[in-house]
Design a protein around this ligand. Structure first.
Ligand SMILES: C[S@@+](CC[C@H](N)C(=O)[O-])C[C@H]1O[C@@H](n2cnc3c(N)ncnc32)[C@H](O)[C@@H]1O
Length: 352
């Protein structure tokens, strides 16, 4: 069990940091390639909200129109207000955070954003609460299409509780799409006890091997890596403290689908992407190993087929084949490593 948790997070994000520029690593920076539609949505987010953004990745999965979305650790609300634009006036976004100062900023600009988006009513609400105790917040089981989280789970000592609750709150076929900080090893106790390293999202970083075990134990059969980058530890004090530990920011998508196979199995199935998702007319990126051209017949393993056919993504695909005939393991399946030790490069994945 980590020594440091919620009190330190509240102190760090409510009092120590005044804004994004106060962070001491590049953990909480936007990745280089922000899709054009997300860039356009960010223009509609108030500067005061953006000034207190501490996320480490992009948490905007595709096909969100009309969906109900939960943001775990929403901070000042930047992701909530971006997602609200993709979910549209029929969508609903719920942000949960434990730091009052951050939530106050998020709430202060709720009306401003509703006006800016031209929605008849606000679609974003914020709840003050502990995301490791989501059961206490009165959210109904199986009531969310998508759950996102951006650089939060590393801060939480009881990570298993977060994955288990997210699984309960998602509808069947829903997904947890989240960016977080990972380490290439389990953190030594001395680093876990350091409040600054915790606040900077380093000392609570998930060891990727433990993450895969936790996610699978919670019922998320086959975590899919969407993107990853190695963090630059440029602050000399932090570099000295963490020594050889390598940190990564990575975005995963975890579908709630009962009975996904442990490995990628080949049944001769294929899909064709129809090019119908706004902002993705030419190709659809499921994860780091599936960049699917529109119009092209694309062979997939049994698990990928199900992720596309049994989720909100289904109307955007044609599906070919079934599981009546098995051809062995799907060619091209990688190892169980989510990312390599080289900066930003993947060497394989838990998927095909
Ligand atoms: C690195 S910031 C990221 C905030 C936000 N996702 C963003 O992108 O700006 C981490 C956030 O997690 C929140 N947090 C940490 N532990 C929490 C917990 N147990 N329950 C709820 N929120 C928590 C902090 O208050 C803080 O706002």
């Amino acid at each position: 069990m980590d020594a440091i948790g919620l009190d330190n997070s509240r102190d760090y994000y409510g009092k120590v940091l005044g804004g994004s520029a106060d962070l001491r690593t590049d953990a909480c920076t936007m990745p280089g390639a922000v899709p054009a539609l997300v860039r356009a949505a960010l223009v509609n987010v108030h500067d005061a909200v953006k000034a207190r953004y501490y996320g480490c990745g992009l948490v905007v999965p595709q096909a969100l129109a009309g969906t109900r979305i939960l943001d775990l650790g929403c901070g000042s609300g930047q992701d909530c207000y971006v997602l609200a634009q993709f979910a549209g006036p029929r969508g609903q976004i719920v942000g949960v955070d434990a730091t009052r100062e951050q939530l106050a900023v998020a709430r202060d600009y709720a009306d401003w954003h509703r006006d800016r988006f031209g929605f008849p009513a606000a679609t974003v609400t914020f709840i003050e609460g502990d995301v490791s105790r989501l059961d206490a917040l009165g959210l109904a089981n199986e009531s969310f299409d998508v759950i996102v989280s951006n650089c939060v789970i590393n801060l939480i000592p009881d990570k298993a509780a977060v994955f288990a609750a997210a699984h309960r709150l998602l509808k069947q076929g829903g997904e947890l799409y989240f960016s977080d900080i990972y380490a290439d090893r389990r953190m030594p106790a001395a680093l876990r006890a350091n409040p600054m390293l915790h606040g900077e999202c380093l000392s609570g970083a998930l060891y990727w091997g433990d993450f895969l075990t936790l996610a699978k134990s919670a019922g998320f059969g086959e975590p899919r890596l969407v993107s990853d980058r190695r963090l630059g530890i440029i602050d000399p004090e932090i570099a000295e403290l963490v020594g050889p530990v390598a940190f990564y920011s990575a975005t995963y998508r975890l579908f709630k689908l009962d009975g996904l196979a442990a490995a990628c199995e080949d049944y001769g199935q294929a899909v064709r992407y129809l090019g119908t998702i706004p902002g993705a007319t030419h190709n659809f990126v499921l994860d780091k190993h599936h960049d699917i051209d529109a119009g092209r017949l694309f062979p997939v393993c049994g698990n990928t087929y199900r992720m596309l056919q049994e989720s909100r993504l289904a109307p955007h695909f044609e599906f070919f084949g079934d599981t009546s005939r098995h051809y062995g393991i799907f060619k091209g399946c990688g190892t169980d490593l989510p990312f390599s030790h080289e900066e930003g490069a993947a060497v394989g994945s838990s998927c095909c």
